[in-house]
Design a binder for this molecule. Structure first.
Ligand SMILES: *Cc1c(COP(=O)(O)O)cnc(C)c1O
Length: 338
């Protein structure tokens, strides 16, 4: 039995999800005529109390569309130095939007309003114009750390005061919300645009959604087209998204419980010096005296997959296809190998 903890993207559609996909009414979404895509976009926009949404093939695309909407030549994006939009989107901020980036440090991948206030550029001929602040929740590189509403509200107020757009990379936002008990609408009220991945913890094979105002999403349709993301009978895929929103949100808590146990098991290994605080479905282990390559090689010999996450870090992510049975197996297999 393979134990695949590389990412929460490795899940396969459940029988219920497949049934929903196969029976979805479809049409041509580039003409705006796919009833299932339209239903998904309306459903999620309503959940977040936002005007509109657009369905896209990936979270990279929804983030990059948002960045394109909020920036341009000689402008600047402010974000944490470990943000997905900066580290893992192929240099897209420059490649797609020709914008500059200001990177901020911060514990567990999080930044504060005071830090942002310090780096908003003055209206000066030397400086790019600060037009966007982008946050990530949960924060992948922070070990799935959570921003609470109280933490982001001062950043929102600062952006509003200074006429700066505010974007959320909410690839795993639902993982945060099931822990804090905050509602999607609470978050929708704070941001100009929010990107949500359906293909992570929610268990869809494909798909992300960008939320925003009517005007923003109308522009986003043009940008999606030029990025090559206009899909035709995409309702087959969007149906998985509707199914996931109905059936796979509350169960994220199970992934978090298993992640905590996984963290405890890993913390007992003599080669692990630190486990980042486990608050959602991501476990990051810091190694001592062993390289990630050797550590991961030994796990691979036991048919356990993980990913390197820094020079002495390894990441494990729990998900829909990682059950209690897998967890018990995991503990058994790593006994005595280090
Ligand atoms: C996965 C992820 C994305 C989007 O990734 P895609 O693979 O392009 O869907 C964006 N932000 C974060 C934080 C992610 O973890």
């Amino acid at each position: 039995m393979l134990i695949d903890l590389r990412s929460d993207t490795v899940t396969r559609p459940t029988p219920g999800m497949k049934e929903a996909m196969f029976s979805a009414p479809i049409g041509d979404d580039v003409f705006g005529e796919d009833p299932t895509v339209n239903a998904l976009e309306e459903k999620i926009a309503k959940m977040f109390g936002m005007d509109a949404a657009i369905y896209c093939p990936s979270g990279t695309m929804t983030n990059q569309i948002a960045i394109r909407l909020h920036t341009g030549i000689q402008t600047e994006v402010v974000c944490h130095e470990h943000s997905h939009i900066y580290l893992y989107e192929g240099g897209g901020i420059m490649a797609n939007s020709l914008a500059s980036v200001k990177l901020l440090p911060g514990k567990l991948g999080k930044i504060t309003a005071a830090q942002v206030a310090d780096v908003i550029n003055p209206d000066d001929v030397h400086a790019p114009e600060t037009t966007l602040v982008s946050l990530e929740n949960t924060m992948n590189k922070g070990g799935g750390s959570i921003y609470t509403l109280d933490e982001i509200k001062p950043i929102q107020a600062l952006c509003q005061e200074n006429g700066i757009n505010f974007h959320l990379d909410g690839a795993r936002l639902f993982n945060a919300l099931v822990e804090t008990g905050e509602s999607p609408a609470d978050w929708g009220a704070e941001f100009d645009t929010i990107s949500i991945c359906l293909s992570k913890g929610l268990g869809c094979p494909v798909g992300s959604v960008l939320l925003g105002s009517k005007t923003a999403i109308k522009k986003a349709r043009k940008v999606r087209k030029v990025f090559g993301g206009g899909m035709r009978q995409a309702g087959f895929l969007a149906a998985a998204g509707i199914y996931a929103l109905n059936h796979h949100v509350d169960r994220l808590k199970e992934d978090h419980t298993r992640a905590r146990t996984l963290g405890t098991i890993l913390s007992k290994l003599p080669v692990v010096s630190e486990i980042f605080p486990v608050t959602t479905n991501i476990v990051i282990a810091r190694l001592d005296g062993l390289s990630p390559e050797v550590f991961m090689g030994k796990l691979a010999d036991q048919n356990i997959k993980s990913v390197k996450f820094g020079k002495d870090l390894v990441r494990f992510v729990t998900h829909l296809d990682f059950t209690d049975e897998h967890l018990i197996e995991f503990e058994k297999r790593i006994k005595g190998i280090f």
